[in-house]
Design a protein. Structure first.
Length: 76
C-alpha cells in the first residue's frame, strides 16, 4: 500500500472517531442538561459533566491529529 493511501485511511478512521465522539457528546450533554432542569442533581449529573469534559479533550486531540495527517498528505 502506498504511503498516501495509508495516511488517507488513518484520516478516514479519525473522522469516523470524531463523528462518534461528537454524537456521544451531544447525547451526554443533553442528558446532563435534562437532569439539571429537572432539579435532579445526583451522581449521574456529575458523572455526565466529567465524561463530557473527557470527551471534549478527546475531541480536541482528534482534531489535532486530523490536522497533522492533513499536513502530511500535503507534503506527500
Amino acid at each position: 500500500m502506498a504511503k498516501i493511501d495509508e495516511v488517507k485511511e488513518i484520516l478516514n478512521s479519525l473522522r469516523i472517531g470524531l463523528s462518534i465522539v461528537v454524537g456521544l457528546l451531544v447525547v451526554i450533554v443533553g442528558s446532563t442538561i435534562r437532569l439539571e432542569q429537572s432539579g435532579d442533581i445526583n451522581i449521574y449529573f456529575y458523572l455526565g459533566l466529567l465524561v463530557s469534559l473527557v470527551l471534549l479533550v478527546v475531541f480536541l486531540q482528534i482534531i489535532r491529529k486530523i490536522k497533522q495527517f492533513t499536513q502530511k498528505i500535503k507534503d506527500l
